[in-house]
Design a protein around this ligand. Structure first.
Ligand code: IPD
Ligand code: CA
Ligand code: CA
Length: 300
């Protein structure tokens, strides 16, 4: 069951999430405008899309972040690299869900996560995620979190679901746009489909993580995401009481090539299932279309 509390409807945003949320809302409004008027699409890779909206949104977010937080660095998907030696660094996905966006499928968002990197931290080490803002302009939903202060959806505190069993859970995943043939995720998709209420594949990893935080889904996993996809959503999930790890239960870092986010209660069950599947155990065979046609013809 989705879980937000009606009690804190006046939750105040802080001096960091307040201005960041305004920037995300304005960038989201810009995306919505492009979405409604239609956009030209280009290819970054063989099936990796980018639109003018991705670039316009990043340009706007970078300009506004530099005004609001001139002392912060910025690492953006569409190429922004600014002040990366600074104590604070924003990870920006100016449009998460570009494939949806380009096809007119209304599931996409703006994602901005702020990391604090203690002075002297090694370049390849993670700092601490301190603030997160994800904005879905099609539903006017603003998800925010700050370290130690909980996670909030449109002013209402949110927390992860209370489902204790995978069999009663709704889960989500995604597939990388590049090198899809090299991903085993379709096997995991099949196995979790057989063992849960279903697997959603909505096409925005940042919203998938935000939905774990709200309790709308009980878990999310994906391979090959980037820091701009996960930085904000990971803090949302943790601040909403969930867990974010690797699929073996080990520690997640921003450059992890895999993520498992759960409500905490189905974590062990999912990790055990991933372990068994990685070892090739208990995988149900999938009938070929020809076998399926023969079964149908035989009335089975
Ligand atoms: C993508 C989305 C998608 C996920 C892909 C990401 P983009 O981000 O988050 O859900 O499956 O792996 O690359 O390219 O739309 O920002
Ligand atoms: Ca993304
Ligand atoms: Ca993007």
């Amino acid at each position: 069951m989705a879980a937000t509390e009606a009690t804190d409807s006046t939750h105040q945003l802080s001096s960091v999430t307040g201005p960041a949320a305004e920037i995300a809302r304005a960038a989201g409004a810009m995306l919505r405008g492009h979405f409604e008027s239609g956009v030209a699409t280009e290819y970054k890779g063989d099936v990796d899309l980018v639109t003018v909206a991705d670039r316009a949104s990043e340009k706007y977010i970078v300009e506004q972040l530099q005004k609001a937080f001139p002392e912060h660095g910025i690492f953006g998907e569409e190429g922004a690299r600014f002040g990366l030696d600074r104590e604070y660094r924003w990870y920006v996905d100016p449009l998460d869900g570009t494939t949806n966006f380009a096809h007119g499928f209304p599931v996409f968002c703006v994602s901005m996560g702020l990391e604090r990197r203690a002075p002297g931290l090694a370049a390849d080490a993670d700092g601490e995620m301190v603030a997160a803002v994800i904005y879905d302009p099609m539903r006017d939903e603003l998800f925010t979190a700050e370290a130690g202060k909980g996670a909030v959806l449109n002013g209402r505190k949110m927390h992860v679901s209370k489902n204790k069993r995978l069999a009663e859970s709704l889960v989500a995943t995604g597939f990388p746009s590049q090198k899809r043939h090299a991903s085993p995720n379709i096997h995991f998709y099949q196995q979790f489909t057989l063992r849960s209420h279903g697997v959603r594949r909505a096409g925005s990893a940042a919203l998938d993580l935000a939905y774990v935080a709200t309790g709308r889904i009980d878990a999310f996993w994906e391979f090959k995401l980037n820091p701009w996809d996960t930085a904000a959503g990971v803090l949302l999930v943790r601040e909403a009481g969930g867990l974010v790890t690797h699929m073996d239960g080990g520690g997640f870092t921003l450059d992890s090539r895999e993520v498992l986010a759960t409500n905490g209660l189905i974590q062990e069950e999912m990790v055990a299932l991933f372990k068994a599947m990685f070892a090739g155990e208990g995988l149900s065979p999938i009938p070929t279309p020809a076998e399926f046609a023969a079964m149908r013809a035989a009335g089975k």
